[in-house]
Write a protein that binds this ligand. Structure first.
Ligand code: ATP
Ligand code: ZN
Length: 225
């Protein structure tokens, strides 16, 4: 068991959110000494350490209490929250702050040649996605009888492979969709990077560390806005 006299924040080790997350923390006055395996960064200026992980692992690390906070896309957090809800588990996370970077949307995209008359066009079709819980919830809300086909990556090529007729994936510029002859027809979730924490507040010195961190982050975020 680790002691709870230091705060531990999980961030993406390498990917779209890594540099902006490290940048934000640096601007909030945090400095770190990196371990040799580059998985852990020891906080030098404050008792706040970093764990460098895959973004998909961040909600679980918070739920298990391995980390106290995490910088993660709302898309990842919402998918894992929806998965917990579908399994009848308690709410484990809350969004502590929206961070203003990593903006994208989770959208349904269909082949360019489809005539789009509305969501009913999806009835009886298969939709490839890495976000089955968010997609299934949306399909239910919209009253669409479509099947979610789960793929962990390269979702955009699924229609060409005949695995599904359409996709539900992250979009920012739309260039990937265009390159795969797909068009966006519905937005399921607007997303940006967030600072996420556990649903329950900290009951030890981590509460003070977290509120100090938030004061500093708010200072940085208000300058940026
Ligand atoms: P990891 O190895 O950590 O699992 P990854 O491949 O899942 O990495 P990235 O592609 O680096 O993750 O994306 C991280 C996050 O960046 C996404 O979950 C999303 O919140 C955000 N993002 C912003 N724009 C896009 C985009 N166009 N495509 C994918 N993700 C985007
Ligand atoms: Zn990932």
């Amino acid at each position: 068991m680790r002691t709870h006299d230091r705060l531990r924040i999980a961030i993406q080790k390498s990917g779209r959110l890594s540099d902006p997350a490290r940048d934000l923390l640096a601007r909030a006055g945090l400095s770190f000494r990196e371990s040799r395996d580059r998985l852990f960064c020891y906080g030098e200026s404050l008792p706040i350490d970093l764990l460098l992980v895959r973004d998909d692992d961040i909600p679980g690390l918070i739920a298990e209490g391995v980390c106290d906070l995490g910088v993660v896309g709302q898309n990842v957090l919402a998918e894992q929250a929806a998965e917990r809800e579908a399994a009848g588990q308690d709410e484990a996370y809350q969004i502590v702050r929206s961070l203003g970077f990593g903006r994208c949307r989770l959208s349904v995209a269909v082949p360019n040649e489809w005539e789009w008359s509305g969501n009913a066009r999806l009835d009886g079709t298969r939709i490839a996605t890495s976000y089955p819980n968010l997609l299934t919830r949306w399909l239910r809300e919209q009253g669409i009888a479509a099947e979610a086909v789960v793929l962990s990556g390269s979702v955009e090529i699924a229609p060409r492979l005949g695995k599904a007729e359409s996709i539900c994936d992250l979009v920012s510029s739309g260039a990937t969709l265009q390159a795969n002859q797909l068009k966006e027809v519905a937005v399921i979730l607007e997303s940006e990077a967030v600072l996420a924490g556990p649903a329950k507040p900290f009951a030890d010195v981590r509460a003070d560390l977290a509120s100090m961190l938030l004061r500093r982050l708010d200072g940085v975020l208000s300058v940026k806005a």
